[in-house]
Design a binder for this molecule. Structure first.
Ligand code: ZN
Length: 156
């Protein structure tokens, strides 16, 4: 396994210079910001709900065009959904149902990446689901990258 493949963060996935600097510092310190023991110190947004398998927090870096952007994060440091038991899937469904009822959005979308973040477009090697609430007239189309950078991309 190469040093890069064992990294906690994919620096190429950072969406700003400030975010990239923060990822570099955390990588050097060996701190995974999504592991529950690091959230209070290293995540600006508080945990709003903790279940058996997941916790819920707002994304401090909401994607352009989202009305609300939540992260549903595995409590265990895993990189793929199938490392968790089936009951984690049922709990995830329940969390999504509760957020939908609270947010009452025009529509919802979720994006979940599993496996190696270098190939799935993720930036942190810790399983998390993006849940975005959508409005009828967003400021921009919400876009998620869910693969490695292609040959014709300028980033990465
Ligand atoms: Zn972690």
């Amino acid at each position: 396994m190469s040093a890069r493949a064992s990294s906690l963060y994919d620096l190429a996935a950072a969406r700003s210079a400030a975010q990239r600097r923060r990822m570099e510092e955390l990588e050097a310190a060996g701190i995974c910001v999504f592991c529950p023991e690091h959230v209070a110190e290293h995540q600006p947004e508080p945990i709003e709900h903790t279940g058996r398998h997941w916790y819920v927090t707002k994304n401090h870096y909401p994607y352009e065009g989202t009305a609300t952007h939540y992260l549903i994060v595995a409590r265990l440091h895993v990189v793929s959904f199938d490392e968790l038991p089936d009951e984690a899937g049922a709990e995830l469904w329940s969390i999504k149902r509760r957020l939908k009822a609270e947010l009452e959005p025009a529509a919802l979308a979720t994006v979940e990446r599993s496996g190696n973040m270098l190939y799935n477009g993720g930036s942190v090697a810790h399983l998390h689901i993006h849940l975005v609430a959508l409005e009828p007239s967003p400021s921009a189309t919400v876009r998620f990258r869910v693969s490695a950078y292609g040959a014709n991309d300028d980033a990465g």
